[in-house]
Design a protein. Structure first.
Length: 626
């Protein structure tokens, strides 16, 4: 990694240096690894069964929650699992056993130890499962090879895990580093491209505070966009950079005989600089079209999305989203130029809907964390080759997002929706801790949660034919001083906002620039984003936690969700046709499959466009009532 100097506004000696010693990480002990591996195998069995990649059958002569799965070599896995909402599976990690294949009847009996006559033994190795089930899974060789590399147990998180009561006292930025990743997608922390030392420096769970270096990009390669009040990039830089840092950047250019007025400034991820910018933008660096600058003095920390950074030194300054050419979860985590250019326009439009609607603005008080400014830097070769893999068209740029800190009322605190799914080493869920602190009964607390989350999401859907993808990472729950959910914050508009293809009058004024980048979907598919992002992606796990740890049966959980939807519909009877057009309460919904998409549709192959989740059959909708 290059040794970027720090702009001389300030220095923070408390920021640790990047790790250099090649010793074994302390979290890699047998105990932590085995615990994490068992949990990963249980997740693999449950999520693969949910998507019908595997089809366990009831174990003979056993209770209803005992299942068995035949493997390629004649052995079988046994485990206990409860069937949950949406037809999902909840596998108990410490119940997984392996029964070896029965010996051939014509073979002489092999010497055995006592208890080794085909009896099941405890099993918790996800890699051994892949070896024994590779034919069953039907994966091609390249996909299987890369999957083995990508399956990473959360040994680091287990080694540093905090109890729920301690987590509940953390602020938003600190809590981000304790999340366990996507609950649905099995390879949820592969981060292909990052080394072990890179992960220790840049992964959210490493919780390593860092400074970011900057680049100057000539306007022949770079373009700037900003919302009202930030149309001029100088206003952004005045807000984001101290006067000494700004003067230092200008002087770096002038010392090379370059005019700062012809350049745009943007931070760059040090990994991206080393792995992508230096080798792929060498001509631009040689000509002075790109000029490396010092790191600014602000200390930042990555969020769950890995490529977005919160400012710890100045929480009132914007968060910054940077391209990181690392393959993580579903896609390469670059920054598409067309989306980055359009992000401020999308923000302006989404804000206009909220600000012009009294229900969203005054009753819901929904917080929309706008992407208010962007710099995109085109690659002079790849941008002329539309057929090349999309990762080469997302190499360099930055998006500045509004900070959450200044948008909270006194006493309020924010936590991502993903945090509600966390369970500590003692088995206590984070949600149970918050419910206890609130003093409310679990059912009443859940009513407050659904009242905070659903009305703004439903109103955008029904009134404007516009839907967010409200998954755990980009959906933020705002709590009052008693840890009661009170309202919603949402981010990632240009990536996760979709609109209907129905000619609704509310969409007639949609700016062309915004329409060009937002995905357009049929009306009957649009509710799928709420189902898959929120209900399947978060609530099917939360409902299980509430049943097992809070005494709220799953049936009651989903009845409360349904009641909130019906309450909202009754609040706006004039939109009855929209309630039917965007139906959330039907008998079955399409089963979107993240793991199938990763393993079969796309694998690890390059493609010119970003992939999208595939559908495989249908599942029962727990919100349906005959």
């Amino acid at each position: 990694m290059p040794n970027f100097p720090v702009a001389p506004d300030a220095a923070d000696p408390a920021v640790p240096p990047s790790p250099q010693h090649p010793c074994t990480p302390p979290e890699l002990t047998r105990a932590t690894w085995d615990f994490a591996a068992r949990r990963l195998l249980a997740k693999m069995l449950g999520e693969f069964a949910y998507e019908e990649i595997i089809r366990p059958v009831p174990a003979p002569a056993a209770s209803g929650d005992a299942w068995t799965l035949a493997l390629d070599d004649g052995s079988s896995l046994g485990f206990r699992a409860r069937r949950r909402s949406y037809g999902s599976w909840h596998v108990t990690p410490d119940t997984i056993t392996l029964t070896p294949p029965a010996p051939e009847p014509t073979s002489p009996p092999a010497p055995t130890e006592p208890g080794d006559l085909g009896s099941p033994t405890a099993f918790g190795d996800p890699y051994a499962f892949l070896i024994r089930a590779r034919t069953l899974l039907g994966l091609d060789g390249p996909t299987l090879g890369h999957l083995v590399r990508e399956l990473t147990a959360d040994a680091r998180l287990d080694h540093t895990a905090l109890t729920a009561d301690v987590l509940a006292d953390l602020d938003y930025a600190a809590l981000e580093g304790h999340q366990t990743g996507h609950p649905w997608l099995v390879p949820n922390k592969g981060r292909i491209g990052l080394s072990a030392s890179d992960t220790a420096a840049w992964a959210p769970e490493a919780r390593t505070r860092q400074r970011l270096p900057w680049l100057a990009a000539h306007t022949s390669l770079a373009a700037y966009r900003g919302t009202a009040g930030l149309e001029d990039p100088a206003r952004l830089y005045t807000a984001e950079l101290g006067p000494v840092t700004r003067a230092t950047f200008d002087r770096c250019l002038r010392d090379r005989g370059l005019d700062p007025l012809h350049y745009l400034y943007l931070p760059v991820h040090p990994w991206q600089w080393d792995e992508v910018v230096l080798p792929l933008f060498a001509p631009a660096l040689a000509s002075g079209a790109l000029v490396p600058l010092p790191a600014d003095p602000d200390v930042r920390i990555p969020q769950q999305s890995v490529r977005t950074f919160l400012n710890l030194s100045r929480p009132d300054r914007h968060s910054v989203k940077l391209p990181l050419s690392v393959f993580n979860t579903m896609v390469w985590r670059g920054l598409p130029s067309d989306l980055a250019l359009a992000a401020p326009a999308v923000t302006a439009w989404i804000h206009s809907l909220r600000d012009g609607d009294p229900f969203l603005r005054d009753e819901c008080r929904v917080v929309l964390l706008g992407e208010v400014a962007s710099v995109t830097v085109r690659h002079p070769v790849y941008d002329e080759l539309p057929e090349v893999p999309y990762q080469y068209k997302e190499l360099l740029g930055a998006i500045w997002r509004e900070p959450l800190t200044g948008l909270l009322a006194p006493g309020e605190r924010a936590r991502t929706l993903a945090s509600l799914l966390h369970t500590d080493p003692r088995g206590r869920s984070f949600t149970a801790e918050l419910v206890a602190r609130s003093g409310l009964s679990p059912a009443v607390w859940l009513q407050h949660l659904f009242d905070a989350l659903l009305p703004p999401l439903l109103h955008f859907l029904y009134r404007y034919g516009t839907v967010f993808s409200p998954h755990g990472e980009n959906t933020i729950v705002i709590f009052d001083e008693h840890d009661v959910p009170v309202r919603l914050a949402v981010k990632d508009f240009v990536d996760d906002v979709n609109i209907t293809d129905e000619p609704l009058p509310e969409l007639e004024s949609l700016p062309d620039e915004v329409r060009a980048v937002l995905l357009t979907e049929p009306a009957d598919f649009l509710p799928q984003f709420i189902h898959s992002g929120l209900f399947v992606g978060v609530f099917r796990y939360l409902s299980a936690l509430c049943e097992d740890g809070l005494g709220v049966p799953e049936s009651e959980f989903w009845s409360l969700v349904r009641a909130e939807i019906l309450r909202h519909q009754a609040r706006f009877p004039e939109l009855k046709d929209r309630h039917e057009l965007f139906d959330l309460l039907g008998e079955r919904i399409g089963r979107l499959c993240l793991n199938r998409n990763r393993l079969y549709e796309d694998g690890y192959r390059d493609r010119p466009d970003r992939p999208h989740a595939v559908q495989h059959g249908t599942v029962p909708n727990p919100l349906y009532r005959p």
